[in-house]
Design a binder for this molecule. Structure first.
Ligand code: SAM
Length: 319
């Protein structure tokens, strides 16, 4: 992933301010955060407490992950903030049931970004948050999954930090963990995978710019976000770079929801199986020996139609 979410350059940090030295985990003193370990709202600069945030109407932004689609997977913190926010800016993968949880009277603004259809360019979303916060609004920026996993959360926060807007980040269940759990595919397993890699399979000019030798290593699981269009390229490149063509792989559409569908096969068979099944985004691709476990562990079948076909590459539909 490009390092577009690096912290802004660090200014000297006062002794005792909690900065780590010598590593890459530097404190970023320009960041203004709402969080204190006691749970009290606070404003900090350079790791030092400046003042308690006014109890009244000081504007701020909450960057909140809404989870992978199933509203029940929303965090308690996210739910509480939905009851508090004046404005909710939401993306297209946020479940409508979650948007509907916003308090009565809250303004809801759709700023969703779908492939090749952006309602608002990213820069304008960033500026909108700054403007609303400066008007004294409590802005809840609601994003699918986790805001820091392929969600441009870092870019949005950088803008807020540069503008001196107080913010809080609320993690969400990312698609990889949520979808894998609901598909019955443990991402790591002592017998099959000791590592797990998340990558984006977004095609650029018809190609995927990925570190193929690193992805084709054995004993690991590769999870691909936004990879459906590039599935044939992905499977082919993994085999070219050394993974056996018989490596199990799956595509899961709308995981965690009643519309969940999963197609399981191998690197050799999966592109055709997925095409025949007519899968559509959002989908997550999981590659690795752990995919075999779905035959035993698939538990989520909202309509009772899950089939487990042993080791046969098969279309397994849960939902
Ligand atoms: C722009 S990324 C955002 C990821 C998000 N920030 C997260 O942490 O899950 C959107 C991609 O996440 C994956 N995704 C999100 N929700 C999903 C779901 N319920 N089922 C399958 N894939 C999903 C798809 O690959 C989709 O194209």
């Amino acid at each position: 992933m490009p390092d577009s979410e690096a912290a802004p350059p660090a200014a000297p940090v006062p002794a005792g301010a909690g900065a780590r030295s010598g590593g890459s985990c530097r404190a970023a003193p320009r960041v203004t955060s709402l969080f204190t370990p006691s749970g009290d709202a606070a404003v900090t600069r350079g790791g030092r407490l400046l003042r308690s945030a006014p109890a009244g109407r000081s504007g701020r932004v909450y960057l909140v992950g809404s989870g992978p689609g199933n509203p029940e997977l929303l965090t308690l913190r996210a739910y509480k903030l939905l009851q508090l926010a004046d404005v909710v800016l939401h993306d297209h993968l946020v479940a409508p049931e979650i948007v509907a949880m916003a308090r009565h009277g809250a303004q809801r603004i759709y700023v969703g970004k779908e492939r090749s259809r952006h309602t608002l360019p990213q820069g304008e979303i960033n500026q909108l948050m700054v403007r609303l916060a400066r008007e004294g609004k409590r802005v809840l920026r609601l994003k699918g999954g986790d805001p820091f996993i392929f969600g441009r959360g870092g870019e949005e926060i950088e803008t807020l930090a540069a503008a001196g807007i107080p913010f809080e980040i609320v993690p969400g269940v990312t698609a990889a963990t949520g979808v894998a759990a609901y598909a019955g595919i443990p991402l790591t397993h002592r017998d099959y995978a000791q590592a797990c890699i998340f990558v984006t399979g977004h095609l650029k000019d018809g190609t995927m710019n990925l570190d193929w030798p690193a992805l084709a290593r054995p004993h690991q699981t590769v999870v691909v976000y936004m990879g459906l269009l590039g599935l044939p390229v992905l499977c082919q490149q993994l085999v070219v770079h050394g993974l056996p063509a018989a490596t199990p792989a799956a595509v899961v559409q709308q995981g965690t929801t009643p519309q969940q569908r999963a197609v399981c096969g191998t690197l050799e068979t999966l592109p055709l199986l997925a095409f025949k099944a007519g899968l559509e985004p959002p989908t997550l691709i999981i590659v690795g020996e752990v995919v075999k476990l779905r035959a035993k562990l698939a538990w989520f079948s909202p309509h009772g139609t899950a089939r487990t076909d042993g080791d046969e590459p098969a279309i397994l539909t849960a939902g």
